[in-house]
Design a protein around this ligand. Sequence first.
Ligand SMILES: Nc1ncnc2c1ncn2[C@@H]1O[C@H](COP(=O)(O)OP(=O)(O)O)[C@@H](O)[C@H]1O
Ligand SMILES: O=C(O)C1=C[C@@H](OP(=O)(O)O)[C@@H](O)[C@H](O)C1
Ligand SMILES: [Mg+2]
Length: 186
Amino acid sequence: MKKNIVFIGMPAVGKSTVGIVVAKRLGMRFIDTDLLIQEQEGKLLREIIAEKGEEGFLEIENQVNASVKAQNSVISPGGSVIYCKDAMKHYKKIGTIVYLKASYQTIKRRIRNPKKRGVVLKEGQSLRDLYYERVPYFEKYADITVCEDGCRIEDTIKNVLNAVKKYRKTTEFRKKLDNEAKRKLK
Ligand SMILES: Nc1ncnc2c1ncn2[C@@H]1O[C@H](COP(=O)(O)OP(=O)(O)O)[C@@H](O)[C@H]1O
Ligand SMILES: O=C(O)C1=C[C@@H](OP(=O)(O)O)[C@@H](O)[C@H](O)C1
Ligand SMILES: [Mg+2]
């Protein structure tokens, strides 16, 4: 069984804050890969983005996330990880991907100043442009989607835990059916 849980979603959707509580509730470890990037580079994320540019940051983000060795862990990467091909391939292999979904209005309310927060924006790109550019990637990679519009953070956590439990049950049941079918075919 895939033992890790990997959060994806827009910046400020709650991957880090929800992730750590989910890990605690499920008795899992917690890894925030933004911290691994900062540790490796010896700089803050916004300093790396300012120095290396958007493409340079994504290269580092891809390398760090694709090298994560984890078991029984909740992993919270930065929102831009969905552009990182090797990293996402790795995460699909080692984990169940949970998309924390919120409307553009919710994200906009939480991020007052995207540049200051270190969001990876291309020249002239607005937060709205970025939101709608990323949604198809989130949808493509998600195994589970949890919508948090109108929720308090406690509700988001509860909804994630329920969705993961349901997903695990269904996956195990499917596996059991597959094994039975294989046995009958022998
Ligand atoms: N319903 C909710 N679900 C998740 N986070 C929420 C919710 N409501 C408010 N928040 C707040 O949004 C912020 C999310 O920040 P963070 O965890 O750093 O997000 P990310 O890691 O996705 O960028 C936190 O300050 C959190 O308290
Ligand atoms: O989505 C983005 O462009 C980014 C999100 C940040 O992480 P969070 O999603 O945890 O805020 C961080 O990796 C970096 O500032 C870029
Ligand atoms: Mg985070």
